[in-house]
Design a protein around this ligand. Structure first.
Ligand SMILES: Cc1ncc(COP(=O)(O)O)c(C=O)c1O
Length: 410
């Protein structure tokens, strides 16, 4: 087993506690960063697995991974549990400083503590943003295919939804600028960007972001950039966060973040928005009043530990995910070439174009073959399916084999 890294903070104190460190090591039993061995999630209330409870269907749908979180996160949660008092918890120094250090390190942003708005998740943030700006009947724009809450939030909050399809230019997903210009209306208040993009896996280049910022300025839109997947970039492509575009961006951009996708913590319900502009932040906070209260004490502990100590684990994870992605590419090209798959630069989500297979119900077809995927209909793209490859490779291979056998069946 590789040696446990030395750590500081709450987690670090625990590593000085041999009994607790041994417990964490035992919990891993096969090595610290072993992504091939994952615990059985039955009986843990797993959204992903319980959908197919009692059925032989491999769940490769909702975006959580089957891997254990980094040891430092588990250790920090154990330390928090051992304290034993779980009172209301405010954004305190440890998570706030870790997030600020992370934003500086990863995004080059010197965020003031007051720019951070802590949230129990980004789905509530998307909804509250739609509600905070403008009035019922105003519009919110995004580009499809996209993570389904981008499409439901405007509707839930009594806004018009303007969904402009992305364009597949050869093998590269692109904004359709002409279509966006035609679709935008004077009532449009927000543009919601997914960066990197779920589900197409695109990391938007700086030039495209600059053009999007200019588009938002021209039409007086607030740019909401959901950057939850930004630490899952698999290719050697530059990462430009929206707020790195300078003062013009700081005046109209709100970025959304969480450690939950990268470190597999969505059940800890801890996320945050970064809002440099005082006016935008005040309006957003007003929409949160009475709805967003204190967030989870364990969420703060997991978040701080992940950012502070999680880098060796994240690096190993990216290697594992890259190999899984390459398996998806090569298996599909070789055995199910009718499925089209554009190269994806980021996330553990593959976006599969099933249209050539001419299936009436692609989602149901593969479910009946024993593989549970996400339905493209929910992303605004019928005929597509999304496959989550954040799972042990052997399980991924079994799922791909099931899919190939189903497609070959006469
Ligand atoms: C782009 C994007 N935003 C937000 C979320 C969900 O965020 P949360 O679990 O914090 O509500 C997801 C989950 O898959 C996502 O892909």
């Amino acid at each position: 087993m590789p040696p446990m890294p030395r750590q500081r903070g709450v987690g670090g104190a625990l590593l000085q506690n041999p009994a607790l460190a041994a417990r964490v090591r035992r919990a891993y039993n096969v090595g610290m960063f072993d992504f091939d061995m994952t615990p059985d999630r039955a009986g843990t209330g797993s959204l992903k697995w319980d959908r197919y409870k009692g059925r032989d269907v491999i769940p490769l749908w909702v975006a959580d991974m089957d891997f254990r979180s980094p040891p430092a996160v588990i250790e920090a949660l154990l330390a928090r549990a051992e304290h034993g008092v779980f009172g209301y918890t405010i954004p305190h120094d440890e998570p706030v400083q870790e997030v600020r250090a992370y934003l500086k390190r990863r995004h080059g942003i010197e965020a003031r503590a007051e720019w951070l708005v802590w949230l129990p998740g980004l789905v509530p943030a998307l909804n509250l943003l739609c509600r905070a700006f403008g009035s019922p009947g105003d519009a919110v724009m995004t580009c499809t295919p996209v993570y389904p809450p981008f499409l439901s939030a405007p509707v839930f909050q009594e806004r018009k939804r303007i969904a402009v399809p992305l364009r597949l230019d050869g093998e590269v997903w692109q904004f359709d600028w002409d279509a966006m210009e035609k679709a935008v209306s004077p009532e449009t208040r927000l543009f919601i960007l997914c960066h990197p993009h779920n589900p197409v896996g695109r990391v938007w280049p700086r030039a495209e972001l600059e053009r999007l910022l200019a588009f938002c300025e021209r039409h007086n839109l607030i740019l909401v950039s959901d950057e939850i997947h930004c630490d899952l970039i698999l290719d050697d492509v530059p990462w430009t966060p929206a707020l790195a575009l300078g003062e013009r961006a700081a005046a109209r951009a709100i970025t959304l973040h969480a450690p939950s996708k990268t470190y597999n913590l969505p059940g800890l319900a801890c996320a945050y928005a970064v809002i440099p502009d005082d006016g935008l932040r005040t309006t957003f906070l007003r929409a949160c009043r009475g709805i967003i209260t204190e967030i989870n004490a364990f969420g703060y502990a997991g978040c701080a530990a992940a950012y502070r100590h999680g880098e060796p684990w994240r690096t190993a994870l990216l290697d594992y995910l890259r190999a899984n992605r390459n398996l998806v590419y090569s298996f599909i090209r070789e055995h199910i070439p009718a499925i089209r798959l554009a190269p994806m630069e980021a996330t553990y989500l593959a976006w599969l174009d099933m249209r050539e297979l001419k299936l009436d119900h692609p989602h149901r077809f593969f479910e009946e073959a024993g593989v549970g995927l996400s339905n493209g209909v929910d992303f605004g793209a019928p005929g597509f399916l999304r496959l989550n490859f954040g799972c042990p490779r052997a399980r991924l291979l079994t799922a791909l084999e099931r899919m190939a056998i189903a497609v070959m069946r006469p």
